[in-house]
Design a protein around this ligand. Structure first.
Ligand code: DGL
Length: 265
């Protein structure tokens, strides 16, 4: 019988955990290696050249060390740049995470959609191409948030993050007026994997209700398309969590839910 596959999930920090938890739900049998490149966080503050030069060799080194059956780049800021480079350099299958503009525009009733991402992601030619190809008549507002990923990271690490700071980051997403429900933004694409970590607070602090589009379930479906449905043998080795900074952390128990109940070592 086939051994469970190893799936490596990569992000600049803790945001990729929102993608990991959906993949774990779809493939609970797999062995997981989660890598947070916290030594280089936040990716949103780096140039395109810096991100390519950082991520492509680092992922190559991780493939060499962990021999994964599949790698998920659970980061929009990186995926909108590096997927073609990774596929050209390494033979393992990759799944990227890019802004869910197509489904958001397909479901918006008011035809006003906002894309909330890092400043890097909203500047990318890749993102602009998605809007050209898939806006489907919607007015798409790009919102490059300078600090929301860091605020999410701080909140998950147990820090205090004020409502005012979060509200200021999301305010530009809301186009139109609260009293004109037919002509205001009704859909916001969460184009950074850190943002679903704050979903309850985003919904509470929004000036009016919107649909928040999280691509993680679609990414998990893509993983299953590529490596198949769960087998009968479950991983007994425990999940691995790697911080590239090598900094000691106390997060293992807090992160257990993202790993489907396993305590990552
Ligand atoms: N989680 C990353 C993303 O999906 C970005 C956070 C960062 O700026 O490093 O874009």
């Amino acid at each position: 019988m086939a051994a469970p596959p190893t799936i490596l999930v990569f992000d600049s920090g803790l945001g990729g955990l929102t993608v990991l938890r959906e993949i774990v739900a779809a493939r609970p049998d797999a062995h997981y290696v989660y890598v947070a490149d916290d030594a280089f966080f936040p990716y949103g503050h780096h140039t395109e050249e810096e991100i390519i030069a950082r991520v492509v060799p680092l992922v190559g080194e991780l493939i060499r060390l962990h021999e994964p059956d599949l790698v998920t780049i659970a980061c929009n800021t990186a995926s909108t740049l590096v997927m073609a480079h990774l596929r050209a350099a390494y033979t393992v299958p990759f799944v990227g995470t890019v802004p869910a503009i197509k489904p958001a525009c397909a479901s918006s009733k008011t035809k006003r959609v906002s894309v909330l991402g890092t400043r890097g992601t909203v500047k990318r030619e890749y993102t602009h191409g998605l809007i050209r190809d898939f806006a489907q008549g919607c007015e798409v507002t790009l919102v490059g948030s300078p600090e929301l990923a860091s605020l999410a990271e701080a909140a998950l690490s147990g820090g205090t993050v004020s409502d005012a700071d979060i509200a200021a980051e999301i305010a530009p997403c809301f186009v139109g007026t609260a009293h004109d429900a037919a002509a205001r933004t009704d859909t916001v694409v969460l184009a950074c994997t850190h943002y679903p970590l704050l979903l309850e607070r985003l919904a509470r602090l929004a000036p009016w209700p919107v649909d928040w589009i999280d691509p993680a379930p679609a990414i998990a479906r893509r993983v299953v398309d590529l490596i198949g449905r769960p087998g009968d043998i479950f991983d007994g080795a425990g999940a691995e969590m790697i911080f590239t900074s090598g900094r000691p952390h106390e997060l293992s128990r807090a992160l257990t839910a993202f790993f489907g109940g396993r305590v990552p070592a």
